[in-house]
Design a protein around this ligand. Structure first.
Ligand SMILES: Nc1ncnc2c1ncn2[C@@H]1O[C@H](COP(=O)(O)OP(=O)(O)OP(=O)(O)O)[C@@H](O)[C@H]1O
Ligand SMILES: [Mg+2]
Length: 240
């Protein structure tokens, strides 16, 4: 269970990115975090990870979240990994073992086995020796998901994992995430494609600096709430 208690984030003493966020997310779940550009979606994940200064508290099963970071696998928006870094797909996935290892320990044979298993799950076994610079956007996103699998965290925070990703990769990733949910994981996904919301998420957090609505998708993903979050033009954007 993730609990945001009166969480607020102000950047540079002027931009109030999040205001008074009270939110409880009970897992297992795939929860979509949606809202317009600049509505604080990425900031919400960063506040939980403790990478931005926030007022209030974020608790993970009753423990302050930034003290339980090993339990969270995180993929940032437009990943900050340098794609030109000379590293193979297999090595990149193996970095997922580091949070539990400490930086300079050797990766064990068992861990390499879990790396290869993860590559198989995301369908990249054949590309395992390839440089990451030689992957498509969708393949690279699958590498990052494989790394989360290796990390074997109970919580997954993914920020816009489907941006720049081909349909094949998107389907593979969503199937993996649904499988992880069935194994008890709690998954938070920042997402902007409203067409996929009902198919992908069992819960939705609709955000526009404040919580507009949060809960089961069918109850939250409604036209009145969408108008409150995105403004009246939302129906035009949805092509209705
Ligand atoms: N490091 C920062 N310094 C100053 N302002 C920031 C910083 N990061 C984000 N902001 C501002 O805070 C607000 C929320 O940003 P955030 O990135 O959380 O939004 P978002 O909903 O993820 O947007 P997007 O859909 O574009 O990814 C925006 O107004 C943004 O410009
Ligand atoms: Mg964002």
């Amino acid at each position: 269970m993730i609990e945001f208690q009166k969480v607020g984030v102000v950047y540079n003493n002027e931009v109030e990115a999040l205001k008074n966020i009270d939110l409880v997310i009970k897992g297992p779940t795939i929860t979509g975090i949606i809202g317009p550009n600049g509505s604080g979606k990425s900031t919400l994940l960063k506040a939980a990870l403790g990478v931005v200064r926030a007022s209030g508290k974020v608790m993970l099963d009753g423990i302050q979240a930034n003290k339980a970071l090993k339990r969270i696998a995180y993929v940032a928006q437009k990943s900050s990994i340098d794609l030109s870094f000379p590293i193979t797909v297999r090595e990149c996935v193996a970095l997922g073992t580091l949070p539990s290892l400490g930086l300079f320990k050797r990766i064990t044979r068992e861990e390499w086995e879990s790396v290869d298993k993860a590559l198989e799950i995301v369908g990249l076994s054949e590309q395992s020796q390839r440089q990451i610079s030689a992957l498509s956007g969708g393949q690279f996103q699958r590498v990052l998901i494989a790394r989360c699998l290796v990390q074997n965290a109970e919580y997954l925070f993914l920020d816009e994992p489907f941006v720049g990703v081909d349909m094949v990769s998107e389907d593979i990733i969503i199937k993996i995430l649904k499988d992880l949910k069935s194994k008890g994981k709690t998954i938070l996904i920042v997402h902007h494609d409203l067409n996929k919301v009902e198919g992908y998420f069992d819960q939705v957090v609709m955000l526009n600096r404040e919580i507009i609505a949060a809960g089961k998708t069918a109850q939250v993903f409604t036209v009145p709430n969408l108008k409150r979050a995105y403004g009246e033009n939302i129906l035009v954007e949805r092509g209705e």
